[in-house]
Design a protein. Structure first.
Length: 228
């Protein structure tokens, strides 16, 4: 018995009435490390929380739960021993002796761990998660100065469509005006000035859409477009 809690109140694991003990199934696509990590977490919780009177029952409950999820009995026993070993060693022992490195998880991780296992512990990160991608997108939506805009031509029915990350009225119009002063022919509206003699109607510049991710903003081609 590993438990070292002094005599006092009794502790066991509380489960809500709605609890279904539904965790990662053995046949799920998660890595072996992740699955073992989940199981060992339950054993460790039992060892840390339960009073001796309840420990045996709780350990059995964890075993049964994961047996239902198709984990092998021998594997569960192995993980349980591992948890007991962790609880029995003096605190901080592991961190003094073992170095850790952090790498992204891949199929090679387990082979690598087998190679360096005794001297080096490998911790893995799971890489990009769906949540990260969604958060990234929403943060881009919060950039009001990321805009697509239009400026009509003063001499014909064409329109200049542009995009900017710095805001149309805050920066972009000023940049266009200075391009005009410099006669910078990399701007298509300057080419239009040269070929047709038309100037853009700056006063009618308007934002078509704002708060766009750079990828969305650059979907169209900036330049002089005709109305169809
Ligand atoms: Zn024109």
């Amino acid at each position: 018995m590993i438990h070292r809690r002094p005599n006092g109140p009794l502790f066991s694991i509380y489960r809500k009435p709605t609890n279904k003990d539904d965790f990662i199934h053995y046949f799920s696509a998660h890595s072996k490390r992740t699955k073992e990590g989940v199981v060992i977490g339950f054993f460790l919780r039992a060892l840390r929380v339960c009073s001796p009177e309840f420990l045996e029952e709780e350990m059995q409950h964890v075993c049964n739960t994961f047996k239902h999820l198709h984990y092998h009995r021998s594997k569960l026993t192995h993980v349980q021993r591992k948890a007991e070993k962790i609880m029995s060693r003096p605190r901080g022992e592991d961190t003094h002796k073992t170095q850790r490195i952090m790498i992204s998880h891949s199929k090679l991780t387990e082979h690598l761990e087998a190679l360096v296992g005794l001297t080096l512990k490998i911790a893995t990160s799971s890489g990009k998660k769906i949540g990260d991608i969604i958060r990234e997108k929403s943060s881009n939506h919060n950039k009001p100065l990321s805009q697509v805009y239009s400026i009509p031509c003063g001499g014909c029915d064409k329109v200049y469509i542009g995009e900017t990350a710095q805001g149309l009225h805050k920066q972009r119009i000023g940049q266009h005006r200075s391009a005009l002063q410099r006669h910078d022919t990399r701007s298509t509206f300057i080419v239009h000035v040269d070929s047709d003699g038309h100037l853009l109607k700056w006063s009618q510049a308007s934002i078509i859409k704002q708060g766009l991710a750079p990828r969305q903003r650059k979907i169209g081609r900036s330049g002089i477009h005709s109305y169809n």
